[in-house]
Design a protein around this ligand. Sequence first.
Ligand code: DAH
Length: 342
Amino acid sequence: MNPLDEVRSAWASLASEINAAGEQQLAELRSRFLGKKGEISGLMRHLGALPADEKPTYGAAVQALRQMVESTLDRFQEQLRSGALQARLENERLDLSLSGDRSEPGTLHPLLALRDEILDLFVGMGFEIADAPEIDTEWFNFSALNMPDDHPARDMQDTFFLEKDSGKDSVVLRTHTSNYQIHAMRDRKPPFRLLHCGQVYRCDADATHAPMFCQVEGLVLDQGISFAHLKATIYTMVRALYGQGAILRFRPSFFPFTEPSAEMDVDCRSVGLDRDGWMEIGGCGMVNPNVLVNGGIDPESFQGFAFGFGLDRMAMLRHGIKDIGLLTAGDMRFLRQFTGLA
Ligand code: DAH
């Protein structure tokens, strides 16, 4: 065969085989054509036997063939790789729109169902529902509530600081919904009955404490308000939620923002729980005159009461839940038990 024809036929044979080649065949073609003892080296060996005037043309043809073979093999290899990548991406795609294999009926989370019930109850008692910030300054969260900088009561609540700046008013994730009391007093004029429900944050976690939990805060300011009004309000709520047989006790306690102050406990057996003892649900008291002054209200003209509950605690009591973390764990086996309760 004419040596140039050999070059052409080598190219034709590569071209016919490469289309169907996978990774392994490509590697074989590469060594068959470009290897030390490969076809192109073989073609080069003819050069010595050719007449001098044919050498340059032939040499250039073999060189051109080598380059075409190299670039063609590289191109096919690249195509194979990106094809494989594409296939892998396609395979591993996460289709978030896929539904599960069982349909779950939608339902309110037990905390939200209880929250709605409590809000309804208080609206029925003439309360207005209002909002307050979860990110607040130390002044609203502590100082204005009669807890000056060095007051030991600040240690009762482990605070998450967002911006701590000595000498300045630091920014915190509120540790309780009581920050709401000061916002309420500054935003409107008494008399009023207000209720606020929202998330609070503390650096604390065990079976009965979660770093984020929900509180319900009430504030009533008017003339002639006494502790009797406070007790009647709380009793009304507890009996509506847990039944007329619910037993509640007010245990003397201390909060810097109320005087006198009490903590409220519910008798576990009286609400159908299978255990003795009391469960604390929150604190309350008559608004401390210093707090009224910080809220811009004359303590000679208005008095009032305030209370704060842990919504999670109330839900635990209601459903006999032993671990507060279950309420936010998102475990369907737990949540399914509340389907249809709302
Ligand atoms: N803020 C208190 C706490 O988180 C609860 C509380 C106690 C709220 C007494 C009140 C109150 O409004 O009067 O521990």
